[in-house]
Ligand binder design. Structure first.
Ligand SMILES: [Zn+2]
Length: 633
């Protein structure tokens, strides 16, 4: 405890504190710009990553502009309070402008002070509105745009240090000012994050702003409902790995109140009280064990029922205490100091260091490689005589068309239907034929699904290596495979698989004589990964997955309610990453399960042309949002 207190004392008297000047309503450090404005030409795409800082062609900018349409542009200059640049409307003076953007006229003086060269707002001149003067919704939206990885948790707010201006651009004072409203809480903030040290937190550090210090405006944001792992972008960092801090509710802790824990003669258990309308399958088994597949869910439900003394699983009274053997419980639901939970939290933190936010307006410069699962002889899942393959293919075609119509992404496909091509028939029920082929050389008619899966990633990697080559950074490559699942019927909605960095080999070659028939295989039979890429790919893929699922939810379509993003498929004791992701060289590689064919509601929706079109649009919207436009001039 003592060193931390010392740090606090040092902070309040040190030279950095003396350098802070507080102007009327705004906040600025008395630092001089060290670089000229010409350094700011970073182009349309700004990759915020450590590797970027090290790369000679990409100097750290001194200013970051992010669009906040339709309101204006957010401008963040090194060391200063972010400002929203807006165009005044006709006849809008300081008071009216304040009312529009702050919801009150009380900030008129503060806004005016932020624009010393303007006596009155003028229609052809941008007015700078300080972040602290913005009304609550705009302020939250602004922070979300600037820090897309941040999230509200029950412990407070997790802030991922982006530091786009190079080392030290986000000091404790700056973070304290933005999130607590007072730069003087810097010391308290540093104390709340003992493993981050007293100097300005490093890029990609995860800073907890404790609930008690968080400004009410941020407290009003509901905490994230499920403990989905931190979305991350990647970052090789030389920071020593911080040791887990037992007893601290960060960054995990989200659901710690849901379960209680105990031990009886049969061993340790977690206890859950069933609520009204909840069923054992979905509310307990799927949620707390992560199991999704029909048979496993049923088996576990029976095991848990027996352990809890339940005779009839179909009529369990509300409030009944259900005992789940502790070894079945997902780590994020375990007691906060349980070794498995600590390990999980540490994993999340480690991954956070690999966060990389890639900004590409309208997906400009982004290459998207599309795949649809199964096809040919392989129908995919079949439920109520509906095949997975043609519907997944249809959704893929719609994603393709929407990407080409509404974004500037370059779209590639690795599968094609020889009769329908990429047309999008306006019909609910699709022809269930076996016409799909993989676009390898020669084409593969998908006779065998295992050969098909391997040829898919060979082909996608061939596009990445040969067609895109070194000119296209991996951070701008997306691989998306569309599927529909067949899970326990109680499960509904979309899910996304991303490649776990722990389940990828360092190299792999398919050893099968039949493969050498294909150019893509012959050119490069072995694929190699280093651990940095694997971590970066997991982080980037998670971030893309989050964005896509958010868009699906925003468009009122179902998303699996518990842990919709998974880094592996789990079937009982068997765990694996689907091969198309496991061996993919795309930095963003996701497998999208649109819906659960075994759920009748999901199945009916997938059988509707309107739903499929809406769904594809939402996916494209989510992809674009993941590469949120940001300009640096
Ligand atoms: Zn599938």
């Amino acid at each position: 405890m003592r060193p931390a207190l010392k740090a606090e004392a040092k902070r309040t008297t040190g030279p950095l504190r003396a350098g802070i000047t507080r102007e009327e309503g705004s906040f600025a450090f008395g630092w001089k710009w060290r670089q000229s404005l010409s350094d700011l030409k970073v182009g349309l795409l700004l990759v915020l990553s450590l590797c970027c800082v090290r790369a000679p062609m990409c100097e750290a900018p001194q200013r970051l502009d992010v669009s906040l349409q339709p309101h204006g542009t957010l401008r963040w200059e090194r060391g200063s309070e972010p400002m929203l640049l807006v165009r005044p409307s006709r006849g809008e003076g300081w008071i009216k402008l304040a009312r529009r953007l702050s919801g009150t006229s009380a900030t008129a003086r503060q806004i005016r002070a932020a624009n010393p060269s303007l006596r009155e707002p003028m229609r052809d001149r941008s007015v700078r509105v300080p972040l602290t003067a913005l009304r609550a919704d705009l302020r939250i939206e602004s922070v979300r745009k600037l820090f897309p990885v941040d999230r509200r948790t029950v412990a407070g707010w997790d802030h991922l240090v982006m530091d786009p201006f190079g080392e030290g651009g986000e000091s404790w004072e700056w973070i304290a000012f933005v999130f607590t409203g007072q730069s003087s809480s810097a010391g308290a903030l540093s104390l709340a994050n003992p493993d981050l040290g007293e100097d300005a937190p490093r890029r990609a550090a995860m800073v907890l702003i404790p609930e008690s210090r968080l400004l009410p405006v941020f407290r009003s944001v509901p905490p994230v409902p499920t403990p989905t792992p931190t979305p991350v972008v990647v970052h090789p960092s030389r920071q020593p790995t911080p040791s887990p801090t037992p007893g601290r509710a960060h960054p995990a802790g989200v659901e710690s109140g849901v379960l209680s824990f105990g031990r009886d003669q049969k061993g340790e258990f977690a206890q859950y009280r069933l609520r009204k309308g909840e069923a054992l399958y979905s509310a307990v088994v799927v949620r707390f064990t992560g199991e999704l597949h029909g048979e496993q869910v049923n088996t576990l439900a029976l095991d848990i029922a027996a352990r809890s003394g339940i005779q009839d699983v179909t009529s369990i009274p509300v409030g009944y205490r259900i005992k789940i053997p502790l070894e079945l419980v997902l780590p994020e639901y375990l007691p906060i100091d349980h070794p498995r939970r600590l390990e999980w939290a540490q994993e999340e933190k480690d991954l956070a260091r690999f966060v990389e936010v890639v900004r590409a307006a309208d997906l400009s410069g982004v290459h998207v490689i599309l795949d649809a699962g199964h096809g040919g002889k392989d129908t995919g899942a079949i439920q109520a005589s509906m095949w997975e393959a043609p519907y997944a293919y249809d959704v893929m075609c719609r994603i393709k068309v929407n990407l080409e119509r509404h974004t500037r992404a370059k779209v590639w496909t690795i599968i094609s239907d020889s009769s329908r091509g990429y047309s999008i028939p306006n019909q609910d029920r699709l022809l269930q034929d076996r016409d799909q082929v993989l676009l390898t050389h020669p084409q593969y008619r998908l006779e065998d699904s295992s050969t098909g899966v391997h040829l898919r990633w060979y082909l996608a990697n061939d596009i990445i290596k040969r067609q895109l080559g070194p000119k296209v950074p991996r951070s701008k490559i997306v691989f998306l495979s569309v599927h529909a699942d067949s899970l326990h019927p109680s499960v509904r909605g979309s899910m996304v698989y991303v490649p776990s960095r722990h389940l990828r080999p360092s190299s792999y070659t398919v050893r099968r004589r039949s493969m050498s028939k294909y150019e893509e295989y012959r050119r490069s039979p072995e694929v190699k990964f280093d651990s940095t890429f694997a971590a970066r790919a997991e982080a980037s893929s998670r971030r893309l997955a989050e964005s896509v699922l958010e868009a699906i939810e925003r468009n009122e379509m179902a998303v699996h309610p518990y842990s919709p993003i998974r880094d592996r498929v789990k079937r009982g004791r068997h765990q694996f990453v689907p091969a198309v992701l496991r061996y993919s060289l795309a930095q963003h590689a996701i497998l999208l399960e649109c819906s659960n064919l075994a759920n009748s509601e999901d199945r009916a929706l997938l059988g509707s042309v309107e739903w499929r079109e809406e769904y594809a649009r939402a996916v494209v919207e989510g992809m674009a949002a993941a590469f949120e436009n940001g300009r640096s001039r």
